[in-house]
Design a protein around this ligand. Structure first.
Ligand code: FAD
Length: 320
């Protein structure tokens, strides 16, 4: 089943979980145990990333197959153009199609390791839009296609002051529309921590005629160093109040996690209050923060597994 129909239902709040391929066999086993515990809560879909540069493509394909057919959750596989001539792209698409997957997140990908700029590989694609066009031309309507959206503009467009120029932002938005016009059904956004920026982005998309569902990508803060690294890499704006809350607790991992749950809950509440009914959780292959946020929102039942953890976390937070 394609995933965008569930995301467009105005009468139902839906959520989804993103995972990445672990580095070790034990890690893969652990991930499947975790997925089993998480899909009990009925996510509308789960997705698995494509490793940077496609270095572990076979593992992504294998995990995607198991998610769809053994974990039995509607699965979306990410696919990037980095180091991928069209034969490799088609091998990946053909594989997931024969395994019954119907959803793809079509991405350009980052430049290969050690390179600054994205360079189109010989016989490959230059940008996500070209990949979307290819999928539609070759596979018709078989796949539901998702593309990435950037509420603060793509990092390539962000200047040294941490902001995109108005022209850069508008061009980025127009390009996003061209990805949708080429055949994408759904947009999932890059992570953000300023909810107003996301809400403005949705509005701006609607203004230029993007009508498909726009799903906010929420990454609960789990760990201070990881948060700084990730927001630095993605050039994400960190609102001053979030920095001020984190600074005094940054060495206390449990307190940071608890704050992350609190912040994620508040962000999601605001998004839902604006009539957006879909939430996409970047789990970083961890379950507790994502489930705790959904529990706080009343979207899933309290689980035995979560009980003690959440209790501790919230207690710690209220002590702060
Ligand atoms: P594109 O949509 O092709 O565009 C990137 C930017 O380039 C645009 O925003 C635009 O500014 C510019 N641009 C490109 N073409 C044109 C054009 N023709 N005209 C004007 N401007 C243009 N990376 C991975 O390696 N694996 C993953 O699994 C993965 N998953 C992701 C999931 C999400 C939801 C997001 C938001 C990102 C993900 N990424 C992943 C990161 C992504 O690969 C990088 O951000 C990459 O640099 C851009 O990919 P894209 O598909 O957004 O590129």
């Amino acid at each position: 089943e394609k995933i965008h129909a569930a995301s467009a239902d105005p009468n139902r709040v839906v959520f989804s979980f993103e995972f990445f391929p672990p580095k070790t066999e034990d890690g893969v086993d652990n991930l499947f145990e975790r997925m089993d515990r998480m899909v009990v809560h009925n996510p509308s879909f789960c997705d698995i990333t494509w490793s940077a540069g496609g270095t572990t493509a076979d593992l992504t394909l294998e995990i995607a197959n198991k998610m769809q057919n053994i974990v039995c959750v509607e699965t979306m596989m990410h696919l990037t153009c980095t180091n991928m001539p069209v034969e490799k792209i088609d091998h990946a698409l053909h594989t997931i199609k024969s395994n019954g997957l119907q959803n793809v997140l079509a991405l350009r990908g980052d430049p290969p390791h050690g390179q600054d700029k994205f360079v189109q590989v010989e016989g490959g694609f230059a940008c996500a839009r070209d990949l979307v066009q290819h999928i539609r031309a070759k596979y018709g309507d078989y796949f539901g296609i998702t593309v990435a959206g950037y509420p603060e503009a793509h990092p390539d467009v962000i200047e040294s002051d941490g902001l995109a120029t108005s022209e850069g932002y508008q061009n980025d938005l127009a390009y996003l529309k061209s990805k949708v016009d080429a055949g994408a059904d759904l947009i999932v956004t890059q992570l953000f921590y300023d909810t107003d920026i996301f809400l403005k982005f949705v509005n701006d998309c609607r203004q230029i005629g993007i009508t498909c569902p726009i799903v906010p990508g929420i990454m609960p803060i789990n760990n201070y160093k990881g948060f700084i690294r990730m927001t630095g890499f993605c050039k994400t704006k960190i609102p001053a109040d979030i920095m001020a809350a984190l600074e005094p607790i940054k060495d206390n991992e449990e307190a940071v996690k608890a704050y992350g749950i609190h912040l994620g809950t508040e962000m999601c509440k605001k998004i839902l209050a604006h009539g957006i009914n879909t939430l996409h959780l970047y789990t970083l292959n961890m379950e507790k923060s994502a489930l705790a946020i959904l529990m706080n929102l009343g979207l899933i039942e309290e689980t035995k597994f979560l009980g003690p953890y959440l209790g501790d976390a919230l207690q710690m937070f209220s002590v702060l």
